[in-house]
Write a protein that binds this ligand. Structure first.
Ligand SMILES: Nc1nc2c(ncn2[C@@H]2O[C@H](COP(=O)(O)OP(=O)(O)OP(=O)(O)O)[C@@H](O)[C@H]2O)c(=O)[nH]1
Ligand SMILES: *[C@@H]1O[C@H](CO)[C@@H](O)[C@H](O)[C@H]1NC(C)=O
Ligand SMILES: *[C@@H]1O[C@H](CO)[C@@H](O)[C@H](O)[C@H]1NC(C)=O
Length: 477
């Protein structure tokens, strides 16, 4: 069943030109030559990788539906054939996704529908569920929420270094753009599991996602049984667990739970959950053992997946350039050690009720106290005297930013970022800056702060603090 329809094209990765424009603003020509060479190399190797990936349409390595013991041994030794994405599709991306699936490969996919960091965590959960079910994760794109609904999506692999992730975890991971042509106007039917309707009691339907529109998918959902919830019948928590959902990847649990599917919205087709392209509507609220598990040291989603999701090199480079410029250094000078700060404001006023925001959000002196603690601990434990503090925030109040400047803190200048690089780049660059310091101070309740904290702890062996807020004195300690 198929239908014609049109959709927006994805935002392309940072182009040679746009990067060059950013770099040029303060660059000397010697520096420029170096950067151009570096960027061209990155870009060329990207092209080379893509071309190589689809070089052959008859790949030899196979991944059986039921992997044998030998398969997992191969995976552990890091056999590059096993990781090569071209071994998990038939060839170049096709108009209909099914035309590109290998009959001997089992896949898993899911969708997003929240703020960008929440969406990152949702894809992390998808990859982890792929690991424990021995299926190849097929990752869709990121779609905008807080940054404006009309902004085109950006591919997962234009933000995160997928080849590096594959190598680090020794598992194949592919993107939807590897499978279905992003320019295709074909609509595909697919049967998926409806987690959302069984995990919460406010909405009597599967979780919607803008991804379905961009991928051209018309889904028929099968509602999961009520017992998938971590806390049975408890309306105030939406958690399900990885292993509960993993059971449905296998025939015994799947076949015992095939209730009547909901017809697909566009073409009114009813399908049971697909066995080859296993799919779930929404995996944000999935944990191993407790809600908000990403906060916990044992979080398997962090330990087995998210810690290996590094930024693409071009984004790391941008974060350094923006930090250097904020501090007053040349683009290609080494970025000195700094303490990153993330202050999450703006729509977090929703947690403040009638309280004035100046009482609800932590004031600058309270943040400065945490910054001082990080500074002191870095000096005491590493002998590092860190001179620079770099603030990132979604705050729009100019006098608040003035107060930040009065502390002697620096901030990336995003006045031309959207114009030069696209609407995604203020948040992407800020997230990369937050993860690049030897210290970090974040905002409680913000997942963007949470992931930055874990990255600084794991990647930089850094020192971190989280600021509490919500009423005057909330961060007293
Ligand atoms: N450029 C920029 N954008 C930010 C910053 N902080 C928040 N935002 C925007 O606000 C969004 C917040 O949503 P998430 O990324 O999911 O993180 P969160 O703080 O948990 O927020 P909620 O999802 O709304 O609970 C980000 O993705 C950005 O779009 C910041 O420091 N810099
Ligand atoms: C959808 O299909 C069912 C079964 O074929 C049919 O009974 C129903 O009328 C259809 N609904 C719509 C809105 O087309
Ligand atoms: C802007 O920030 C300043 C300094 O933090 C604060 O005093 C003022 O109330 C804020 N204005 C608004 C409209 O939130």
């Amino acid at each position: 069943m198929s239908a014609k329809y049109t959709r927006a094209r994805s935002q392309s990765p940072v182009s040679d030109d746009s990067l060059d424009t950013v770099y040029r603003v303060a660059a000397k020509s010697r520096r420029r030559a170096y950067i151009n060479a570096a960027i061209s190399l990155t870009f060329l190797s990207f092209i080379a990788l893509v071309s190589f990936s689809f070089w052959t349409s008859s790949p030899t390595a196979s991944r059986a539906a039921e992997p044998s013991h030998d398969d997992s041994t191969n995976l552990r030794t890091g056999n590059s054939d096993v990781l090569d994405p071209s071994n998990y599709v038939l060839g170049a991306p096709t108009e209909h996704f099914r035309d590109n699936l290998r009959p001997d490969v089992q896949y898993i996919t899911s969708w997003i529908s929240a703020g960008w960091t929440n969406d990152v965590m949702t894809y992390v959960n998808l990859i982890y569920l792929g690991i424990i079910t021995d299926r190849v994760p097929v990752i869709p794109m990121f779609t905008p929420s807080h940054i404006g609904g009309s902004v085109p999506p950006i591919a997962f692999g234009d933000v995160f270094d997928v080849p590096r992730l594959r190598n680090a975890i020794n598992k194949p991971i592919i993107e939807w753009r590897d499978v279905k042509d992003p320019a295709s106007n074909q609509l595909d039917n697919l049967g998926c599991w409806n987690v959302w309707e069984s995990s919460q009691y406010q909405e009597a339907h599967p979780r919607g996602s803008p991804v379905l529109y961009h991928l051209g998918l018309d889904i028929s959902y099968t509602k999961m049984p009520a017992w998938i919830k971590l806390y049975q019948d408890f309306e105030h928590d939406y958690s399900t667990t990885f292993w509960t959902l993993a059971r449905f990847a296998y025939p015994e649990t799947r076949n015992a739970n095939l209730v009547t599917p909901l017809p697909s919205p566009a073409t009114n087709v009813s399908l049971p959950p697909d066995e080859q392209m296993l799919c779930y509507d929404y995996l944000y609220y999935v944990c191993a053992q407790q809600p908000n598990e990403f906060e916990a040291d044992f979080s398997p989603a962090w330990r087995f997946v998210a810690q290996y999701m590094h930024w693409v090199p071009s984004l790391e480079r941008l974060a350094n350039v923006y930090t250097n410029r904020a501090i007053g250094l040349g683009d290609d000078e080494p970025t000195p050690p700094y303490i990153g700060v993330h202050v999450r404001h703006y729509d977090f006023d929703r947690y403040c009720g009638d309280m004035p925001l100046t009482d609800c959000f932590a004031p600058i002196p309270v943040i400065a106290r945490r910054v001082r603690e990080v500074k002191d601990e870095l000096l005491a434990t590493k002998g590092l005297d860190v001179k620079y503090v770099v603030m990132t925030s979604d705050e729009r109040n100019a006098s608040w930013w003035q107060e930040v400047a009065e502390q002697g803190w620096f901030a990336p200048d995003h006045s031309r970022t959207k114009e030069l690089l696209g609407d995604w780049y203020p948040v992407l660059i800020d997230a990369a800056i937050q993860s690049g310091g030897v210290g970090f101070v974040g905002t409680e309740m913000s997942t963007m702060s949470l992931l930055a904290r874990r990255r600084v702890e794991t990647w930089q062996n850094g020192v971190t603090r989280t600021v509490k807020w919500g009423h005057p004195g909330a961060d007293d300690h």
